[in-house]
Design a protein around this ligand. Structure first.
Ligand SMILES: [Fe+2]
Length: 80
């Protein structure tokens, strides 16, 4: 086994996490609007709060792309 396994685990994790947060954001956007149409302000508020949490998570991932790339390069033994 001479070849070391190479990959892009860090990049894929960040990409998948970023995608998942945005799917959740979209779902909470729709839930908030549905609840408002149904006159359910409590559910609308919970959806708004949850969306805010998901947006914060997406922002954190968004701020980590440089580090993600560094990890990916490290995983593959690439120094630049
Ligand atoms: Fe999330």
């Amino acid at each position: 086994m001479g070849d070391k396994a190479r990959g892009d685990k860090a990049g894929k994790n960040a990409r998948d996490g970023y995608m998942a947060e945005h799917l959740e954001i979209a779902a909470y956007q729709l839930l908030e609007r549905l609840a408002q149409k149904a006159g359910d302000q409590e559910t609308a508020e919970v959806a708004r709060q949850n969306r805010s949490d998901e947006e914060e998570m997406a922002r954190r991932i968004d701020q980590s792309w440089d580090r993600t790339l560094e990890l990916t390069l490290e995983e593959n033994g690439i120094r630049v």
